[in-house]
Design a protein. Structure first.
Length: 242
């Protein structure tokens, strides 16, 4: 699977190492050394993947992700970071990064992550929007999730979500009232990853509640099932049963 990849890394040795491994797998690689150059390259071309260091001059990796997602650019983003605190890692995911690796990392594992992200991207591209996709929209009461168009709405009002938030909500909307464990939702997000904790899911759920619940502190749609996980339900049905 050949792809166009941008590597944004200000350490020349690290950048050269990543470039060599990517090119060995047949990818076309562009290397830049700062955040603003990364933004320019993404805007000028159509990359499939951005391998993005967090600590960079001119604009750091977190700012780059924030800008790209604000511009609704859907390329996959794999962040590389020397920061090991959980809050820093969760912030990157919250802003819209698809995956991350902490330094030092194994180049072979990095390539495995790249292959996973590119496969996921290619699968998404195969689902093209058309006039025949109306029946594919997932509805849980007033909440609508359109996987083909990557759109979410509540009572007809569009809701902006990060890619991670979208994947969680789409999986739950496909099986309303099913209880999803945190581990199951982690697999939906990133596959097996020894670095990611259950708190990653909790952060995404908290942010989703802010976007789809009238009262996020008293959720009616995205419910906690204590000791198990979370489920998505139609609050109007719950009210009628009561």
């Amino acid at each position: 699977m050949c792809a166009n990849v941008i590597v944004a890394e200000d350490d020349p040795k690290q950048a050269e190492l990543v470039r060599r491994y990517l090119e060995r797998e047949g990818h076309a690689v562009t290397v830049v050394g700062d955040g603003l150059a990364a933004l320019d390259e993404v805007r000028q071309g159509k990359p499939d993947l951005l391998v993005l260091d967090v600590m960079m001059p001119r604009a750091d990796g977190l700012d780059v992700v924030r800008v790209l997602r604000a511009e609704h650019r859907e390329l996959a983003v794999l962040m590389l970071t020397a920061r090991t605190t959980e809050d820093d890692l969760l912030l990157g995911l919250d802003l819209g990064a698809d995956d991350y690796m902490t330094k030092p990392y194994s180049p072979r594992e990095l390539m495995a992550r790249v292959r996973t992200l590119l496969r996921r991207t290619k699968r998404s591209e195969k689902v093209a929007p058309s006039t025949d996709t109306v029946d594919e929209v997932l509805s849980v009461g007033a909440l609508k999730v359109d996987p083909a168009r990557h759109e979410i709405s509540v009572d007809g009002t569009p809701v902006e979500c990060t890619p991670g938030e979208f994947r969680i909500l789409a999986a739950m909307a496909a099986e309303p009232d099913r209880v999803f464990s945190r581990q199951r939702l982690l697999e939906e997000l990133h596959g097996f990853d020894r670095y990611i904790s259950d708190r990653t899911v909790d952060v995404h759920i908290m942010n989703l509640r802010k976007k789809i619940e009238p009262a996020p502190r008293k959720p009616a749609r995205l419910l906690t099932v204590f000791g198990v996980g979370y489920k998505l339900t139609d609050p109007s049905r719950s009210a009628s049963r009561a």
